[in-house]
Ligand binder design. Sequence first.
Ligand SMILES: Nc1nc2c(ncn2[C@@H]2O[C@H](COP(=O)(O)OP(=O)(O)OP(=O)(O)O)[C@@H](O)[C@H]2O)c(=O)[nH]1
Ligand SMILES: [Mg+2]
Length: 224
Amino acid sequence: MSDSEDEAVERQVKVVLVGSPQVGKTSLALRYTQDTINKSYQASMGVDFYLKRLVLGNERNVNVQIWDVAGSALAGKMTDKYLYGAHAIMFVYDVTNSNSLDTLQDWVTAVRRAARAQERPPILALVANKADLEHARQVKSERHHRFANEHGMTSYVVSAKTGEGVSLSFQKVAAELLGIRLTKAEQEQQQPVVTAEILTFQEAALPKVPQAASSSTSSVCNLM
Ligand SMILES: Nc1nc2c(ncn2[C@@H]2O[C@H](COP(=O)(O)OP(=O)(O)OP(=O)(O)O)[C@@H](O)[C@H]2O)c(=O)[nH]1
Ligand SMILES: [Mg+2]
């Protein structure tokens, strides 16, 4: 295959965000695709779609399609339709709200039901959001890991507010789906910038920073 043909190959992955209202699903989707969040809460209705285009390893064009399902949809009739065909489900809860982890059990049931006819079941990830609110944490790390292990989920701790861990969680989920191993540079590049004071500085002594391996564009639309 020539380089130009190779570049034309697009990989689509459907990633669905589920969890209780107000845990921060929309905030995570906004942080990842537009590097922003809504400061005031506005409940989602139905499902919103976000798109992030990225480069992962040797995969030239990976389109991550994010389905941001409203927390209120768990009680609705459309849930199966939103979940069907998902390649990955990110189960989001709020570390300051213990009930939001309990409710994920109902989402696990809904996901299993929706995926029962799927040839390849989705991969599952547990996402603990609002890590910036450590002082108000209600869910201990052991409980988080127990839940993840019980349900065969990979696990992430993130903050949509600060951006901590957000890109890396989506990148790792996409990489797992496509069977790609992220390079160390790709992983480090996703860490949030920590502000530090530099007292003395010798340019020649600094290691060369590798070129960024990913580029991205994003877009959003809504279906209710
Ligand atoms: N401190 C803090 N606040 C957050 C974080 N993520 C989201 N929030 C806030 O939590 C509230 C709810 O966020 P949303 O993203 O709208 O929640 P949601 O899960 O989409 O809610 P539904 O659409 O009702 O399902 C908003 O006020 C956000 O600003 C976070 O990481 N840290
Ligand atoms: Mg929302």
